[in-house]
Design a protein around this ligand. Structure first.
Ligand SMILES: *[C@@H]1O[C@H](CO)[C@@H](O)[C@H](O)[C@H]1NC(C)=O
Length: 455
């Protein structure tokens, strides 16, 4: 149960006492909407804006038994109306001790008319609140504001972030906005992600009776919760469009993200273990500051690419664009395996000497740890599994990946090296295309004539 703030009273239209005068604050609602940030922005600027422009007075009363009783007491002749804004006030006016605010406890409580005994008593109106009123009261009710936690509330209002489905433009998003505007002249939230609907593969609504969707637990058992999560985070759903849920799409995430990622990790672990097998000192990663002195260009490059990944994730998360993160990560892992590992196989396998081997393994190690830390919010289980093993090699590790701070950007990017590697990869791709056009397998040596074409 909740209470109506005293300011709220002015918005309860009397004597019908069943509406909130939303039309009166319509311009203010539109102003408050401007102060918010939505992903995607068109839902805010079109759909929600239009809805606010046409806002009507809100009928907040419902005839129900279960619900929050409207805290309005009225005299028989309708002349005298008291709105309770606290239990204390109800107790004071009625002389009754109140322990429970459900209908069956408060319906019989009467208060004497202030005009004298001949005017009888005031009784509570029958109705309860429209439950959307309670949804919209979440920012206050959940901490029992204003009766408790005033400071907590003042420090944290408006809330930083809310997320709900597109249908909530007329529901929760709306009632949050109406109540906070009426009470404080502010929106209730600063940032909002509006999500679309997850539909069945056939494009219809998921339906329990039709069973036109795979069981979530089966999907999780088969591919893991992280794969399902990443599939959804990477889908049109996080930009308010609908998604046709496809089991094969979840498998795609396993194949395109987790397997290559795991392979890069396994390659590191195998080669770190090899050091011990060969009777060398156990692998312990060289610290990143010392690694900066490495003269290897690809070491610099992967370090810079990791920095770029971290700053990209920061930037996109700050902008609430979840769906850009996964494609970038996939590309990063692709680069890590197909460029870094592939071009450094000899070093990682120890063919260029113990020292160089340790430098390249340490570089790969830090790239993987940073990637795991940056991705932990999206793939909490998978990154934890990798981290629990990776941390054994480091004395400065945390107990869990979820205790690690989100990596901050050091700004140590080397754009020149990044550009060079991009150029190198472009050339390699072009040459590969030419080989393909001439049906020359990748490993076939070329004679001078072919080399000229490639050049
Ligand atoms: C991957 O490497 C390519 C080629 O060097 C580069 O253009 C791209 O920006 C890199 N992407 C990521 C995410 O590291």
């Amino acid at each position: 149960p909740l209470y109506v703030n005293s300011t709220m009273r002015t918005f309860i239209v009397l004597p019908a006492f069943k509406f909130i005068k939303v039309e009166k604050i319509r311009d203010q609602l539109l102003e408050c909407n401007k102060e918010t940030y939505w992903v995607p922005d068109y839902v805010k600027e079109k759909r929600f804006h239009n809805w606010l422009e046409g806002a009507r007075d809100w009928a907040v009363s419902r005839s129900r038994f279960w619900g929050t009783p409207l805290p309005v007491w009225i005299s028989q002749d309708g002349e005298e109306i008291v709105v309770m804004d606290s239990i204390e006030k109800l107790e004071r006016l009625s002389g009754v001790k109140v322990n429970d605010l459900h209908r069956h406890h408060v319906d019989d409580i009467t208060i004497p008319s202030s005009r004298g005994p001949e005017f009888g008593v005031l009784k509570r109106v029958e109705d309860v609140f429209d439950c959307w009123f309670e949804s919209g009261s979440m920012p206050y009710a959940y901490i029992h504001y204003p009766f408790e936690n005033r400071e907590l509330f003042e420090k944290n209002f408006p809330g930083n972030f809310v997320a709900e489905g597109l249908d909530q433009t007329r529901g929760w998003f709306y009632t949050l906005m109406v109540l906070s505007t009426a009470l404080f002249g502010k929106p209730a939230f600063k940032n909002l992600i509006c999500n679309g609907l997850v539909l069945a593969e056939d494009g219809k609504k998921m339906s329990k009776s039709k069973q036109n969707y795979p069981s979530p637990m089966e999907v999780i058992d088969e591919y893991g919760a992280d794969a399902l999560r990443l599939y959804l985070v990477n889908s049109p759903v996080v930009r308010a469009e609908s998604l046709r849920f496809k089991r094969i799409g979840v498998f795609g995430v396993v194949k395109d993200v987790f397997l290559p990622w795991y392979n890069a990790y396994r390659f590191l672990v195998q080669n770190a273990k090899r050091l011990e097998v060969e009777g060398l000192t156990a692998f312990s990663p060289i610290d990143q500051a010392s690694l900066r002195k490495s003269s290897n260009v690809l070491d610099h490059w992967i370090h810079s690419a990791t920095e770029s990944l971290v700053s990209f994730v920061h930037q996109e998360m700050d902008a609430y664009r979840l769906y850009t993160v996964v494609p970038y990560l996939v590309k990063y892992i692709d680069n890590l395996t197909n460029i870094y590992v592939r071009f450094n196989r000899k070093r990682l396998k120890g063919r260029t000497g113990e020292e160089d081997c340790k430098i390249s393994l340490s570089t790969l190690y830090h790239a993987l740890v940073t990637t795991c830390v940056a991705m932990a919010p999206f793939t909490p289980f998978f990154t934890e599994v990798l981290y629990q093993n990776l941390r054994k090699a480091s004395s400065k590790s945390e107990q869990s990946i979820h205790f690690c701070s989100f990596p901050s950007t050091t700004g140590e990017r080397d754009e020149r090296v990044e550009r060079s590697v991009t150029r190198m990869m472009t050339i390699i791709d072009l040459a590969r295309n030419i080989r393909e056009r001439h049906s020359k397998a990748l490993k076939t040596p070329l004679n001078v004539w072919h080399r000229t074409i490639v050049a």
